[in-house]
Design a protein around this ligand. Structure first.
Ligand code: NAD
Length: 313
């Protein structure tokens, strides 16, 4: 049994991670300031004596005794991270400094939830971890992309300077139940629009591709990464290399929901990457991991969740 801190634990990915860690018999301290997360995501865990919830902002130092830290706190979708871009950078950078400081004090192992956005609008496909990225430092996505890049820098400097046991996972598009219904991400957007019988908005030609990883696969990979030996730091890509165009995704969602919504096309927002696909050779080799959940199966679970949300709204 380990005492494990999950920052951003009331969010989409964090709530699934807390659930899985509790299932493995650990003591879980879920920390969140509820910026984008919600108590509803973790209400089913509240009765568990091994689960504890703490309202706290990672921009401020924290003093707790733990063995492991998963640092997930950060708004993750453009709508949320662009709402208060200065706060977004602070959360990534000050949050990393504070959680690394905590890890150093209590000698905890610490994992950073980084992102495929560190690759920016990539010139290399698919992206291996050795690719340094092509990121605009002054654009509207930079608060997130550069904040996450700086957090990675801090993790590796704490490793070099203080010999901390660090792990960095670069997460590619992940979807599943408990995604925020209005976060502007493509999977939630399309599903909610389909369920409400509204037009499905596709930005650009719809030929740009994305890869989609189901949340259960992602959580499994994060836990395996935390379990690797101290010499393995990552960064390691976690995602599903299956590529789908936006039009293919929309059509799948129309079929699975039985919706008659129409596809409508709007201009592409600035800095939107044309293609993003993980190279997961390192995860396969080091973690013995690869995604198992097919897109249709994951979408069915996600649609079932959004049906309940839309019906209750
Ligand atoms: N979902 C994805 O596809 C994806 C892809 C790449 C990276 N990530 C990363 O994974 C992590 C979790 O993402 P998610 O999709 O679950 O997003 P989410 O918005 O559902 O979860 C983020 C959580 O962090 C909390 N939070 C935000 N700022 C905070 C602060 N200053 N102090 C404390 N808590 C704070 C939010 O309230 C929320 O509960 C993020 O770091 C994100 O960058 C996610």
């Amino acid at each position: 049994m380990q005492r494990i801190l999950v920052t951003g634990g009331a969010g989409f990915l964090g709530s699934h991670l807390c659930e899985r860690l509790l299932g493995q018999g650990h003591d879980v301290l879920c920390l969140d300031n509820f910026y984008t997360g919600s108590k509803r995501n973790i209400s089913h865990l509240m009765g568990n004596p091994a689960f504890e919830l703490m309202r706290h902002d990672v921009c401020f130092p924290l003093y707790v005794e733990v063995d492991q830290i998963y640092n997930l706190a950060c708004p993750a979708s453009p709508i949320h991270y662009q709402f208060d871009p200065v706060q977004t950078t602070k959360t990534s950078v000050h949050g990393a400094i504070n959680m690394l400081g905590l890890a150093k004090r209590v000698k905890a192992k610490i994992l950073q939830a980084s992102t495929s956005e560190v690759y920016g609008d990539p010139d290399v496909h698919p992206q291996p971890e050795t690719y340094w990225g092509s990121v605009n430092p002054i654009g509207i996505r930079s608060c997130y992309d550069e904040g996450k890049r700086c957090a990675e820098t801090l993790f590796f400097d704490y490793r070099r300077q203080h010999n901390l046991r660090i792990k960095v996972v670069r997460i590619f598009n992940t979807y599943g139940p408990r995604m925020h219904p209005n976060d502007g991400r493509v999977v939630s957007n399309f599903i909610v629009q389909a369920l409400q019988g509204r037009d499905i908005t596709i930005y650009g030609s719809g030929e740009q591709t994305r890869s989609f990883c189901y949340v259960d696969d992602l959580v499994e990979a994060m836990i395996r990464t935390m379990g690797t030996g101290d010499d393995f730091t990552g960064p390691v890509n976690i995602g599903n290399p299956g590529e789908f165009t936006m039009i293919e995704l929309a059509e799948k969602i129309l079929t699975l929901t039985g919706s008659r919504s129409k596809l409508v096309f709007e201009p592409l927002p600035s800095d939107d990457p044309r293609q993003r696909k993980p190279d997961i050779a390192l995860a396969r080799g080091t973690l013995g991991w690869e995604p198992k959940v097919a897109l249709d199966d994951g979408l069915r679970e996600t649609i079932a969740y959004f049906r309940r949300i839309v019906a209750a709204a």
